[in-house]
Design a protein around this ligand. Structure first.
Ligand code: GLP
Length: 241
C-alpha cells in the first residue's frame, strides 16, 4: 500500500483526478469503479474540467458505483445515482447506459444479480476510487467479525448512520441498510486509490498505518493486501496521525 501526502485536500483531489485521466487516456475503454461521499465528491469537478479542456474522452468508458442505500429511489435527490449524474455523468460525454449505480428500490436479490453482471459480465474493473468511512468502511463494508467478499446487503454501522445524517432532513430518514460491493469485488480492481481528509478520518488513518495488521475490525486494512493500492491524504490530516 502506497501513501501519498499532498499539501492540501484540493491538491489531493487534483492528483486523484489526474491519475484517472491518465488511466483513461492510456485505456479509452477503461472500466472505472466510482465512489460517492463528501470526500470523493470534489474529485469529479476536476474530471469535468479535464473533459471540458479536451484532455480526456469518456465516450467509451464504463463505470460501476460502489454502493447505494437500500430503499433509496434513483430519483431521490440524495440517491447516489443522482449524485453521480449531478457531479459527473451529466457534464461529460460518457454514455448513461454505460454507467451503473445500483437501484435501492429494486428487489435486493434481483439487484445483487444485476450488480454482479455489471461487475463481471465483460471484464474486471481497471480502477476503483474509494473514500473511507469514520468506521473504517470501504464501500459500505462495515467493521464486523467477518467481511463479505461479494455484492451483498449490509447493515450500516451506527457511526455511519450518524455521519450520513447530514444529507437527510431528519435522523429518522437516514437509511440503515445498503447494497454494496464486497471487499473481494473492490480488491479485484487492477488499481485502487483511496482519498481521505479531515479530522474525523484521523482515527482510521492512524490505525491503518499503525502496524502491518489486516483486520475485519478495520475493513480499509484489506488494501494492504492489494498490489496497487494508494492512500492519498493531505498534510493537515497526516500531521494529526
Ligand atoms: C459513504 C460511502 C462510502 C464513502 C464514505 C465516506 O458511507 N458509502 O463509499 O467512502 O461514506 O464519506 P465521506 O467522504 O463523506 O466521509
Amino acid at each position: 500500500m502506497k501513501l501519498i501526502i499532498t499539501n492540501s485536500y484540493e491538491e489531493s483531489c487534483k492528483y486523484v483526478a489526474q491519475e484517472m485521466v491518465s488511466l483513461v487516456n492510456a485505456n479509452p475503454v477503461a472500466k472505472l469503479g466510482l465512489a460517492t461521499g463528501g470526500t470523493a465528491e470534489q474529485v469529479y469537478p476536476h474530471l469535468v474540467k479535464a473533459y471540458q479542456d479536451g484532455k480526456v474522452d469518456f465516450s467509451n468508458v464504463t463505470t460501476v458505483n460502489l454502493d447505494e442505500y437500500l430503499g433509496m429511489s434513483p430519483d431521490n435527490p440524495v440517491s447516489y445515482r443522482k449524485c453521480m449524474d449531478n457531479w459527473f455523468f451529466d457534464h461529460v460525454n460518457i454514455k448513461k447506459e454505460n454507467t451503473y449505480v445500483a437501484s435501492g428500490l429494486n428487489d435486493p436479490q434481483a439487484e445483487i444479480k444485476t450488480f454482479n453482471q455489471k461487475l463481471y459480465g465483460d471484464k474486471l474493473l481497471d480502477f476503483q476510487l474509494l473514500g473511507v468511512g469514520v468506521s473504517g468502511h470501504i464501500g459500505f463494508n462495515e467493521p464486523s467479525a467477518v467481511l463479505t467478499a461479494g455484492v451483498h446487503i449490509e447493515e450500516l454501522d451506527e457511526s455511519t448512520i450518524q455521519a450520513n445524517s447530514r444529507y437527510f432532513d431528519s435522523p429518522a430518514d437516514v437509511p440503515t441498510k445498503s447494497i454494496t460491493m464486497g471487499v473481494g469485488d473492490i480488491m479485484k480492481a487492477s488499481k485502487i486509490i483511496l482519498i481521505a481528509t479531515g479530522d474525523s478520518k484521523q482515527p482510521v488513518i492512524s490505525k491503518l498505518f499503525a502496524d502491518d495488521s489486516v483486520s475485519s475490525d478495520l475493513p480499509v486494512s484489506v488494501l494492504k493486501l492489494h498490489r496497487d493500492a494508494t492512500i492519498v491524504i493531505d498534510r493537515a490530516l497526516a500531521d494529526k496521525c
